[in-house]
Ligand binder design. Structure first.
Ligand SMILES: Nc1ncnc2c1ncn2[C@@H]1O[C@H](COP(=O)(O)OP(=O)(O)OP(=O)(O)O)[C@@H](O)[C@H]1O
Length: 557
C-alpha cells in the first residue's frame, strides 16, 4: 500500500464510524443471508434424496422454501441498508470535507475545480466503502461454509477444490491492488479537467475577448485521451478478473463435479449430495459478490486517497480565547511572511493607518496578516495585546471586518449580501451601512431595491466594491481592514466614503491599503512599505517631502 493509501484508509475508517445503525442492520442481514445461502444446498440435498426415495416427503422441501424466502428478504434488507448507510456516510464525508476546506481558509491554496471534483464525485465513491467492507467480509462466509460442507460430504471432493482455491485468492488480491490504482489515476485526471474548466469559466470574459474559445476548449479537454485510457484500464482490470475468474470457477466446478460423480458411482455419496456438491462448488468459488464488493472498496480507496490529500492539510489552529475590551490596538512583532521580513509596527487603537507602497511591496499581505487571513512564518500579530492565533474564530471575526478590492458577494438578495457575516443585524443597520458606503442610490434603482436577487443585479466593479464596503461597515468590530477596497470608485465617491472612514466619529482602528495619495493624506498615519519592510511611517505631508515616496504615487520626483 502506498502512503496515500494509509491516509485514505484512515479517512475511510473515520467515515465508516458514521454508518451508525445502518451498518448493524446491514451486517445482520448479510449474515442471515450468508447462513441461508450455505444451508440451502444441504436442505436441497436432503429434499432431492427424499423425493428419490419411496415413502412420504420429509420437512426438507419446506425448509428449502423457508430458506429461499429468508434469502430474498435479506437481499431486500441489504440493498436498503446499503443505500441508507452509504447516503449517511457520504453526507458526513461531504460535510467534513467542506468544513475542512472552508476552515482551512486561503492558506490551503486549493484549486476550486479540483476541490469540487473531490467533494462531489469523490465523496460518493468513498462513501461506498463501509457497506462494501461489511458485504465483502460477509461474502467470504458462503465460500468458507461451502468448503466445510464439501469436507463433510466427502473429503475427496474438498481436495479437488483445495487445489484450485489459492489461484482464486491470488486473483482477488491483484484485482484490489490494480483497481485502486486505476481509479485513483482516473479521478486525478478528472480533477485536472475540473480545475481547468473552473479556471476557464472564471476567465470567460478574457477568453471571449481574446477569441481563444477553441484553444481553451482544447486545453480543458486535453486530458480526455488520458481519461479514456484510465477508464479503459479500469474496465480491463474489472473485465480481466471477470474472465479469468469465470474460467477458474468453471474449471473448479468441473473438477468438483467430476470427483463427485466418481464418488456417486462408487456409492460413497447420494444423488442429493451430488447436487449439493455442485452448488457448494459454485459457492466456494463465489467470486462474483466478492469481486463486486472488492471493486467498490478499490474505487472508494482511490477516491478517499484524493480526499485525504486535502483532509490531511493542516487547518490553522484555532483557540478558544476571547478578546478583552480594548481600543483595537494592532501590533506586528518581528513578523516575517512572504516578501515581508521582520516587520515591527503598532497601529494605535482608534486611528486610521494607510498602508502604501509600490505594487508587490506586500500591502495586501500585511492586510491579510492583520486579520489572520494568513499566518506569518515567524513573529506575532496581536490585537489589543492578544496574539491572533489565541482567539477563537468567532472572537476574531467579531473583532475584525474586511473589505476587498474584488468582493465576492454572498446571499440571496442585495440586503443579505450586505448582512453577510453579521447575522441578526436589523435591516435598518444594513441600510445605514449601505448609505455610508454610497451604495444606497444604486441599490434603490434596482428592480426590487434591497430585495433584488443578487443574480438579477449585475454590478459594475465600483458598485460591487460599495456593497463590499457596506458589508464591512455593517459588520462593526474594533478593527476594519480595507484592502484596496475603493480602487474602482470614482474620486468623488471615494471622497464621500472617506468622510465616514476618516471622520472623527469613525471610532475604530482602520488599516487601509491605498494607491491614491488623497487616501494617504487623510489617514492619521501612513505606513510606507518598501524592500520587504516598513521604510518609513508618519504623516503623509511629512513623507511627501521624500521624492521616493512621491514616486509611489506616480508624482514627479
Ligand atoms: N499569504 C502569503 N504568503 C506569502 N506570500 C504572499 C502571500 N500573499 C501574497 N504573497 C506574495 O507577496 C507579494 C506581495 O503581494 P501583495 O499582494 O501583498 O502586494 P501589494 O503590495 O498588495 O501589491 P498591489 O499593489 O499590486 O496589490 C507577492 O509576490 C505575493 O505573491
Amino acid at each position: 500500500m502506498t502512503l496515500t493509501g494509509t491516509a485514505a484508509d484512515r479517512l475511510l475508517l473515520r467515515t465508516a464510524r458514521r454508518g451508525g445503525g445502518w451498518s448493524v442492520v446491514l451486517a445482520v442481514a448479510a449474515l442471515a443471508d450468508a447462513v441461508a445461502t450455505v444451508l440451502l444446498p444441504a436442505a436441497l440435498a436432503v429434499a432431492v434424496d427424499d423425493v428419490l426415495s419411496p415413502g412420504p416427503l420429509g420437512p426438507a422441501v419446506a425448509v428449502c422454501a423457508v430458506l429461499v424466502v429468508v434469502s430474498a428478504m435479506t437481499d431486500v434488507l441489504m440493498e436498503w441498508a446499503t443505500g441508507a448507510g452509504t447516503a449517511r456516510v457520504t453526507a458526513w464525508l461531504r460535510h467534513a470535507f467542506v468544513r475542512h476546506v472552508l476552515a482551512g481558509g486561503p492558506s490551503l491554496g486549493l484549486d476550486p475545480g479540483d476541490a469540487t471534483s473531490r467533494v462531489v464525485g469523490g465523496a460518493a465513491e468513498a462513501g461506498l466503502a463501509p457497506a462494501a467492507v461489511i458485504r465483502a467480509v460477509v461474502a467470504v462466509l458462503p465460500p468458507v461454509g461451502a468448503v466445510v460442507a464439501l469436507v463433510l460430504i466427502d473429503w475427496r471432493i474438498a481436495v479437488a477444490l483445495g487445489v484450485a482455491l489459492p489461484v482464486l485468492v491470488l486473483l482477488l488480491r491483484s484485482f484490489v491492488r490494480d483497481i485502486t490504482g486505476t481509479v485513483r489515476r482516473y479521478l486525478d485526471v478528472q480533477g485536472t479537467m475540473a480545475a481547468r474548466l473552473a479556471e476557464a469559466v472564471r476567465g470567460i470574459r478574457t477568453i471571449a475577448a481574446a477569441g481563444t474559445v477553441d484553444r481553451e476548449s482544447g486545453r480543458v479537454l486535453a486530458a480526455l485521451p488520458e481519461l479514456r485510457r484510465e477508464g479503459d484500464a479500469m474496465w480491463r482490470v474489472q473485465g480481466g478478473v471477470g474472465a479469468r475468474g469465470l474460467f477458474a470457477v468453471l474449471a473448479l466446478q468441473v473438477a468438483v463435479l467430476a470427483v463427485a460423480g466418481l464418488e456417486l458411482a462408487a456409492g460413497r455419496i447420494s444423488p442429493g449430495e451430488l447436487v449439493a456438491a455442485g452448488r457448494y462448488a459454485a459457492l466456494a468459488a463465489g467470486l462474483g459478490p466478492i469481486v463486486t464488493h472488492l471493486g467498490r472498496i478499490g474505487r472508494a480507496r482511490g477516491a478517499a486517497a484524493r480526499a485525504a490529500e486535502i483532509m490531511e492539510l493542516p487547518v490553522p489552529p484555532e483557540n478558544t480565547g476571547e478578546l478583552p475590551p480594548g481600543p483595537g490596538t494592532l501590533e506586528f512583532r518581528r513578523v516575517s511572511a512572504g516578501v515581508l521580513s521582520d516587520v515591527d509596527l503598532t497601529v494605535p487603537g482608534g486611528t486610521a493607518v494607510a498602508v502604501v507602497g509600490l505594487s508587490g511591496s506586500g500591502k495586501s499581505l500585511l492586510a491579510a496578516l492583520a486579520g489572520r487571513l494568513a499566518d506569518p512564518d515567524s513573529g506575532e500579530v496581536l490585537l489589543d495585546g492578544v496574539p491572533l492565533p489565541r482567539l477563537s474564530r468567532a472572537a476574531l471575526r467579531d473583532a475584525v471586518g474586511y473589505a476587498f478590492a474584488r468582493p465576492h458577494l454572498f446571499g440571496g438578495t442585495v440586503l443579505e449580501a450586505v448582512g453577510f457575516g453579521t447575522p441578526g443585524a436589523p435591516d435598518e443597520t444594513l441600510r445605514h451601512a449601505a448609505v455610508t458606503a454610497c451604495a444606497d442610490p444604486f441599490i434603490r434603482r434596482l428592480p426590487a431595491g434591497y430585495g433584488t436577487a443578487l443574480a438579477d443585479a449585475p454590478m459594475s466593479g465600483g458598485e460591487a466594491q460599495r456593497l463590499g464596503l457596506a458589508r464591512a461597515f455593517a459588520h462593526g468590530g474594533r478593527l476594519l481592514i480595507l484592502d484596496d477596497a475603493t480602487s474602482s470608485l470614482d474620486t468623488a465617491t471615494e471622497r464621500e466614503i472617506g468622510r465616514t472612514l476618516f471622520g472623527a466619529s469613525a471610532g475604530r482602528t482602520r488599516l487601509i491599503t491605498a494607491h491614491r495619495a488623497a487616501t494617504a493624506a487623510r489617514a492619521d498615519q501612513v505606513v510606507w512599505l518598501d524592500g520587504g519592510g516598513v521604510r518609513a511611517r508618519g504623516a503623509h505631508t511629512d513623507l511627501w517631502r521624500d521624492p521616493a515616496y512621491r514616486a509611489v504615487f506616480g508624482a514627479d520626483r
